[in-house]
Write a new protein. Structure first.
Length: 161
């Protein structure tokens, strides 16, 4: 987390915690949500923004370990943190998953990354449908692409993207 973030959050009259770890690990994501709940009293919003990407000229250049790391960071991390947070979200809470135009218009050099972002759009749609009885929403953002979209479990908000 950026060092200035906590002071900026505090200047806005809010609270923040710093907790280094690895979102590729379910155990860390559970501990992160527990720490936030313990320090802040509740969870109102989860923003899944962690990502890993590298550019390759051709698919055969992508090492297996890196392909796995890309999925573990971008997809598993989002799944694990969402999974840990769902039971802690209060009424009106939100899960926001950061996606990319790569989900819709993949660049040849970013195949692994693009595949993870497409998976996240699909995951978020399914998560939102699955929580339609809950009192929180699930959204995705493809900021700066003209594809900013919301897929919400709240019928009053409708479905985007």
């Amino acid at each position: 987390m950026h060092a200035k973030l906590p002071s900026g959050v505090q200047e806005a009259g809010q609270k923040a915690i710093l907790m280094p770890g690895d979102v590729q690990k379910a155990n860390f994501c559970q501990k992160l949500v527990e720490a936030a709940t313990n320090k802040l009293g509740r969870v109102d919003i989860i923003v899944n923004n962690a990502a890993f990407q590298r550019n390759y000229e051709k698919p055969s250049d992508i090492p297996e370990e890196e392909f796995d790391r890309t999925f573990r960071t971008n997809v598993y991390g989002t799944f694990f943190l969402s999974q840990a947070a769902i039971e802690k979200l209060e009424e009106g809470g939100t899960i926001i998953n950061t996606c990319s135009i790569q989900a819709y218009d993949p660049s040849p050099g970013l195949l692994a990354y693009a595949a993870t972002k497409a998976a996240l759009v699909n995951f978020t749609k399914g998560l939102a449908k699955g929580c339609s009885e809950a009192e929180y929403s699930c959204e995705w953002r493809c900021a700066g692409t003209g594809l900013d979209a919301t897929h919400s479990s709240d019928p009053a908000q409708g479905e985007g993207g």
